[in-house]
Design a protein around this ligand. Structure first.
Ligand SMILES: [Ca+2]
Length: 210
């Protein structure tokens, strides 16, 4: 726990010094056997994530986590053609300044077993202030085809949201029909990303450099 707190403190310091704002973070270190507000779906059928018994199960697993003692495991038990989707709760996105868009970075760590290459995808769902669905992030069902390795690997995506977006749900979608198969997830965070540095910025005069 102490290690976790120091890691979180370190994270806060880094976030502060870079002017970034943490919007959501999930490290799965709770003792609970369920994931509050997380859901999972098969095709168009949705239920609480840890409520599924087949064709997949979602559990909090102790040991071999990326950080702390626990991580999330989604295990596909039976081969079915429909997409299997795991998703977070809807967390708040701050209103952007006039004429601007909110720019975010989604970061997480994943490892996998038995899934076909390019069959696990990062996806986001943008919601308006009334929690109505606006669109998929980037108008895409796949922001990133997640690399599938036996060892933990970092996945990071940065992009902008619709100016009307006030809520966001992060999703991991499995298109593979392979079973048995599984992936593990840890340290999912979403934060406001710094504005990109324009590539056309003029080079400052040498005297301006320290
Ligand atoms: Ca963890």
């Amino acid at each position: 726990m102490k290690k976790l707190l120091s890691l979180l403190s370190l994270f806060a310091i880094v976030a502060h010094t870079q002017g970034q704002e943490l919007l959501a973070k999930y490290d799965f270190e709770s003792d609970a056997k369920w994931l509050p507000k997380w859901g999972a779906g098969l095709g168009s059928k949705y239920a609480p994530a840890t409520g599924w018994k087949k064709p997949f199960v979602v559990t909090l697993e102790k040991g071999d986590s990326h950080s702390g003692d626990a991580c999330l495991k989604m295990e596909i038990l039976e081969s079915v053609p429909n997409e299997k989707i795991l998703h977070t709760d809807v967390f708040t996105i701050p209103a952007p300044d006039e004429g601007k868009k909110v720019r975010i970075t989604i970061c997480f760590y994943v490892r996998a077993q038995g899934l076909a290459e390019k069959s696990l995808h990062l996806r986001g769902l943008e919601k308006d202030e009334l929690n109505k669905t606006l669109k998929m992030v980037g108008d895409s069902k796949s922001l990133v085809a997640i690399p599938l390795n036996a060892e933990w690997a970092e996945v990071r995506w940065t992009g902008t949201l619709n100016p009307k977006t006030r809520g966001l749900m992060v999703m991991l979608a499995v298109t593979s029909t392979d079973a048995p198969a599984a992936f593990w997830l840890d340290d999912l965070s979403v934060e406001i990303a710094p504005e990109p540095v324009p590539v056309t910025t003029p080079t400052p005069a040498p005297t301006a450099a320290q």
